[in-house]
Design a protein around this ligand. Structure first.
Ligand code: TYD
Length: 139
């Protein structure tokens, strides 16, 4: 499918599985096993002040897995027609964001950590930074 034709319904929450142990749990993300793409980059958002919002952009090519490694937040996906709110609050659940969707991340709980696994290295040219430009791209 062409990237710009993706809709919010192409993005799903994946259960990464939890290896339970009374001494603490482990969740694994492994290329070729449970990652839906080969992971090239990892970054994490933390110390987000109350009421702050992140995201507010789309990507042409980049795929991401977004995980609430600690705490909780909401991801609002937008394909220019439909919007979908996904609440993340468990470290074994990951939102797979396909390319070509506008996203905002809101309602960060205090001390939360937003872990992001990405399919490509950082490239500013892959960002769509304004909503007008995004809507034009989706036509
Ligand atoms: P951005 O992706 O816009 O943040 P968010 O969507 O979380 O609000 O990135 C914020 C800044 O960090 C921007 O100046 C680019 C820089 N940055 C990197 O240098 N490398 C990276 O891998 C990322 C994700 C961001």
């Amino acid at each position: 499918m062409q990237q710009n034709k993706h809709t919010v319904f192409d993005s799903d929450v994946i259960d990464l599985h939890k290896i339970h142990n009374d001494a603490g749990n482990i969740t694994v993300v492994e290329n070729g096993f449970n990652a839906p793409f080969d992971v090239k980059r990892i970054y994490y958002l933390y110390d987000v002040p109350g009421g702050e919002e992140r995201g507010g952009h789309a990507h042409y090519q980049l795929e991401q897995l977004i995980i609430a490694a600690s705490g909780s937040f909401d991801v609002i996906l937008d394909d220019g027609i439909n919007k979908k709110k996904v609440s993340l609050n468990r470290p074994n659940m990951a939102l797979h964001i396909v390319p070509g969707l506008w996203r905002e991340i809101v309602n960060f709980s205090s001390g939360s950590i937003c872990l992001v696994l990405a399919s490509h290295k950082y490239d500013e040219n892959d960002y769509i930074r304004t909503y007008d430009e995004f809507i034009e791209y989706k036509k």
